[in-house]
Design a binder for this molecule. Structure first.
Ligand code: ATP
Ligand code: MG
Length: 574
């Protein structure tokens, strides 16, 4: 789907608003199997949310909204070693920013620790759980493989009383970390490894961000997750495909425990994107290893990073709608995300002129010390956005790449003797170049035609290029940060090897950009379009001394790319 869409340059939703999960929800409501749909988004607070989570958020909150139900935000905070309050706060902020609201339905798995503990004792009393003294390695070794059944633990047949006593002493903190675990007595020969006596509780002498030092044992994710859903009356428990094999275990718990409701789990494909790794573990390592500036570095695929970069929440929601919800994993083209962002920004972003890599131009026949105001429209498709005045004067800046002293055949911009249009201003012609000792062009000498004010010649003569520019004296300096993909391969290696695939040029720092004054009025996180360059927003690193802009995204401009290729070819061929 993604590649077809890319080829046509026009991604559209497979079937907007319809997918297999929504079909199930609708059927359950129609048949009266559920009275009200209740979903949840269950993040573990061990990192910031990324765009993959946005898929789950949009789906869970979206379904609740569309079918008149509700969606809970539940923190699956069962592992205190990795979880932090900072992540809880960031997750709440990001879900809200994405446009969703859980009302009073904010929950924590840690709120259920006492009930989960009670259920664990119930299993022990029913002979369905036991305390195992094997080490972690022994447990792993005895679990068997896909082709071989597991081996029963020598501690599997402990009496109920012994198990209860040991489990209570685990809770009381009598044993060191890792000394014992509580396991379900399920089926060591099951074809599904998840059913081979999974661990329910671990000893962990670690303070929890919410329960403090109350607990010395913590439930496993598998033991907490389904029961938390049952406590909250979740009707449709949506997760990603890697949990499909866990479903029989969740159902085993639900069937064997006295839980208040029976949630059903549905699995969908994870979102994967080219040039991107959506794994909290890798993202954590990027932050800890200093490969990026933080969780909200604009190169990160995190919600916080995308937001800081200038991506509107609306574009993320649109993108998620377009990719749909499938039952088979796939990789979505990052270009499709960019298309959606560009489309959203094209509608809303005000147009401004900014020169990212300035080359000075002196208009020799324009009087020294003089300037004039010209009209520039703020948005070509939105008259209501109005217009602004921009200053023209004798000394200007244009983009370095808009000039070539010896132009190849298809280069239509400025070169000695050619005439071009300066947007909203005049036709200018290049009459000479000034070079430094190294032979590099440092300044252009040009003339302008006063009869072409506003950008049209009364004699009807045409030019082949319209270029952006700023007045040297009236423009404002800024730092501009250009972001390129964080990884230089469409399929970066996950896990340990991601560092080798990091793109060393993911951040280009342009320190000498010049902006028209109106561009400096931009708001943080709200991009404007720098004409011919792309969409840019003010970064919060901006100070009274220095304006800092992020490039949210470049403009689609395949023509410019072709020219660049031609230029490169001609250069290579001498
Ligand atoms: P990671 O694998 O990056 O560590 P996770 O799945 O462990 O992510 P959780 O905090 O447990 O992170 O995720 C919360 C919810 O978001 C889960 O229901 C999970 O299935 C869903 N989710 C996580 N990553 C994606 C993704 N790439 N696409 C769709 N849903 C996702
Ligand atoms: Mg998870």
């Amino acid at each position: 789907m993604a590649s077809d869409d890319k080829a046509s340059g026009n991604p559209t939703a497979a079937e907007p608003g319809r997918d297999f999960i929504r079909d199930i929800v609708k059927a359950d409501l129609d048949a009266g199997r559920v009275a009200q749909v209740v979903t949840r988004f269950p993040p573990e607070p061990n990192g910031y949310l990324h765009i993959g989570h946005a898929k789950s958020i949009c789906l869970n909150f979206g379904i609740a909204e569309e079918f008149g139900g509700r969606c809970h935000l539940r923190f699956d905070d069962t592992n205190p070693v990795k979880e932090e309050q900072e992540y809880i706060d960031a997750i709440e902020r990001d879900v809200r920013w994405l446009g969703f609201d859980w009302g009073q339905h904010l929950y924590y798995a840690s709120d259920y620790f006492e009930r989960l503990y009670g259920w664990a004792e119930d299993l022990i009393r029913k002979g369905q759980a036991y305390v195992d003294d094997q080490s972690q390695d022994e447990i792993r070794a005895n679990r068997g493989t896909l082709t071989e059944p597991g081996k029963n633990s020598p501690f599997r047949d402990r009496t109920v009383d012994e198990n209860l006593d040991l489990f209570r002493r685990m809770r009381a903190g009598e044993f060191p970390n890792g000394a014992r675990v509580l396991r379900a007595k399920a089926d060591m020969s099951s074809g599904n490894i998840n059913l081979r006596d999974p661990v329910l509780y671990r000893i962990l002498n670690a303070p929890h961000p919410r329960t403090g030092t109350t607990w010395k044992i913590y439930p496993s994710y598998d033991f907490a997750h389904g029961q938390s859903d049952a406590i909250e009356g979740i009707t449709h428990s949506i997760c990603t495909l890697e949990f499909e094999d866990h479903r029989p275990l969740y159902d085993w718990f639900i069937a064997n425990l006295d839980v208040p409701s029976t949630p059903h789990q549905y699995e969908m494909a994870r979102l994967n994107l080219t040039y991107t790794l959506l794994s909290k573990r890798v993202l954590t390592e990027l932050v800890r290893g200093g490969h990026v500036g933080g969780w909200d570095d604009p190169r990160m695929p995190t919600i916080a990073g995308l937001r800081r970069r200038g991506v509107p929440a609306e574009a993320i929601r649109d993108f998620i709608k377009r990719i749909g919800v499938a039952k088979a994993n796939s990789v979505v083209d990052a270009g499709m995300f960019e298309f959606t962002v560009r489309e959203a920004l094209n509608k809303t972003a005000l147009r401004r002129m900014a020169v990212l890599r300035p080359l000075k131009v002196v208009i020799e026949n324009y009087p020294e010390g003089q300037s004039e105001e010209l009209d520039a429209v703020n948005h070509p498709d939105d008259a209501a956005a109005g217009s602004r005045k921009i200053k023209f004067s004798r000394e200007l800046y244009i983009e370095q790449e808009d000039f070539m002293e010896v132009p190849p055949k298809k280069f239509f911009r400025l070169s000695p003797g050619t005439e071009v249009r300066l947007r909203y201003a005049y036709f200018i012609k290049c009459t000479g170049v000034v070079k430094n000792a190294a032979g590099e062009v440092t300044e252009l000498r040009c003339t302008y035609d006063p009869a072409t004010k506003g950008g049209n010649a009364p004699d009807g003569r045409k030019v082949k290029a319209t270029m952006h520019w700023v007045s040297a004296a009236h423009s404002i300096p800024a730092e501009v940060r250009i972001y390129n993909p964080l990884f230089n391969r469409p399929d970066p290696s996950g896990a340990e090897n991601f560092a080798a695939d990091l793109n060393p040029n993911s951040l280009e720092l342009l320190t000498g950009a010049r902006l028209e004054p109106a561009a400096a009025d931009a708001k943080i996180e709200t991009p404007v379009q720098f004409e011919r360059q792309g969409y840019f927003c003010l970064d919060r690193d901006t100070t009274a001394e220095k304006l800092v802009f992020n490039r949210t995204i470049g403009l689609r401009d395949s023509f410019a790319k072709d020219v660049a290729k031609d230029v490169a070819k001609e250069k290579a061929g001498g």
